[in-house]
Design a protein. Sequence first.
Length: 91
Amino acid sequence: MFVARANSDQQGEGRLIAIHANPKEPAFCPVVAFQRWLAVRTVGPTGAGHPLRRGFLTDAGDRQEQLRDVMLQSRHVKVETALGYMEDAET
C-alpha cells in the first residue's frame, strides 16, 4: 500500500507499507480487513486512520509486544507518541 502523506514524512515523498495477507484465515487477514474498511469508510482517505492505529497499538500493548517492533509497524518515531495511542486494558 502506498501512503502518500504522514506526519513523519515532512518532505511529502510518501512510502510503501507492507500489509501481509493471511489467506489461511480470511477472518483474521489484515488485507481482507483493510479492503473491507476501504469499502465502507465514510471519511476521506486521511481522516479514518487513527482508530485503526489506536486499535493496533492497544492490542499490541495488551499482548506485551516489543515496543520497538510495534513502532516500526505503526511508523511512530517518538516513544511518547506511540504510548499515547495505547489505551488501558479493560478490566
